[in-house]
Design a protein around this ligand. Structure first.
Ligand code: NAP
Length: 346
């Protein structure tokens, strides 16, 4: 495979996200990736997906094993309920093919640890698709931190109205979640990925969680106090189960200033820098397409595979493990009445 040849991808799990985001994202970067085949356990759904994605009937399968045995498939893109990602990783690596799995990395910490172990045991790239890590605003925020002195505290606050028409509520595996924390790990890992990419890893959490909506299937609302490995303190609030308006805000407080990224309105996100010398603050320009990470995560996966260098992966399983482990520790802390819980290491 030369680096000029697009990576030929076999996609498994032709559900909502495959049709709505993976297919358009892969189609938008034809020099990096090409959808060569697809599979779904209910094959009719795979056929419908294939028709939309321009995959011929002869390349539609009903299992990962069949997809892997297709010589025209170089790598796997797996969009499965998270309790099945471990088996998918093991199967792909046994077949000698790279795999990208969707977040959260797994349903339990034990499964996530096994995925990390499998990935460490091979040179074949195993990527976790956490698209927030590719947001353009992350390096922009990091570049401002030098102007606010020593970072002391941060607050990552994300509340959104409950959407009764949310298409994801209809998926059986979210209705009876095996993944710890249900919607908290489903969406929460994205937020943890965002602030840890900027501020480093979390050491321990004290958290309380509650379930607001019956439809969530598990706890859906979390408020946590964090101690980072750096010693920085923080708070993390996450819910999609309350009411309007949507508020998404990351504030980072230093000894000489504050950075505030307000992404409540995706189309009009603002980044503000306040310093002792500029108390009124100034708006820092936010890069275009700030929240479009999906094509970039595929480009990153393709590059690591083409160059046969897993160290190029921006989200190896170790990193995704941490994001998930923060949510798991938060749920455990809440179950213990809010006592501090150390975040597990892979
Ligand atoms: N990064 C993001 O922002 C983002 C957003 C949404 C979703 N996701 C992730 O994408 C993945 C898929 O989510 P989705 O919302 O698209 O869910 P979905 O619509 O339920 O799709 C899941 C697919 O997996 C298949 N599947 C279910 N159980 C299976 C099993 N036991 N063995 C093999 N295949 C099985 C389903 O096939 P059947 O139709 O036969 O059941 C379905 O096609 C999840 O990991 C999710 O966390 C990521």
């Amino acid at each position: 495979m030369s680096s000029e040849t697009p990576l030929r991808v076999g996609l498994i799990g032709t559900g909502i996200f495959a049709s709505q985001r993976h297919y358009p994202a892969i189609a938008s970067i034809p020099s990096s990736l090409q959808l060569a085949a697809c599979a779904n356990r209910s094959v009719d759904k795979a056929k419908k997906f294939a028709a939309i994605a321009g995959i011929p009937d002869s390349k539609v399968y009903d299992s990962l094993e069949s997809l892997l045995s297709d010589p025209d498939v170089d790598a796997i893109d797996a969009l499965l309920p998270s309790q099945f990602t471990l088996q998918a990783v093991k199967t792909a690596i046994s077949a000698g093919k790279p795999i990208a799995i969707e977040k959260p990395i797994a349903a339990t910490l034990a499964q996530a640890k096994e995925i990390v172990a499998v990935a460490r045991s091979t040179e074949i790239p195993v990527a976790v698709l956490e698209n927030f890590v590719f947001w353009n605003v992350i390096p922009e925020i990091k570049s401002l931190l030098g102007q606010i002195g020593e970072v002391i505290y941060f607050s990552h606050y994300c509340t959104a109205p409950f959407n009764f028409n949310n298409q994801y509520l209809d998926t059986w595996w979210r209705q009876k979640p095996e993944h710890v924390g249900g919607f908290l790990s489903d969406g929460g890992v994205h937020q943890v990925a965002l602030f840890t990419e900027i501020l480093g890893q979390v050491n321990s959490v004290s958290a309380l969680a509650t379930q607001v909506r019956e439809q969530s299937g598990d706890v859906d609302t979390l408020t946590a106090t964090l101690k980072m490995k750096s010693g920085v303190l923080g708070s993390f609030t996450y819910t999609s189960a309350v009411s309007n308006p949507r508020i998404n805000k990351l504030s980072i407080n230093g000894t000489n200033g504050t950075v505030i990224y307000d992404f409540s309105d995706k189309a009009n996100a603002t980044l503000m820098l306040y310093t002792d010398a500029d108390k009124a603050g100034k708006v820092v320009s936010v890069p275009d397409n700030v929240q479009e990470g999906v094509p970039k995560e595929f480009e990153n996966f393709a590059e690591a595979v083409q160059k046969q260098d897993k160290s190029l992966l921006k989200i190896p399983p170790e990193k995704a493990f941490h994001h998930f482990a923060v949510i798991v520790a938060s749920v455990e802390s809440s179950n213990n009445g809010g006592t501090a819980v150390k975040v597990a290491e892979p």
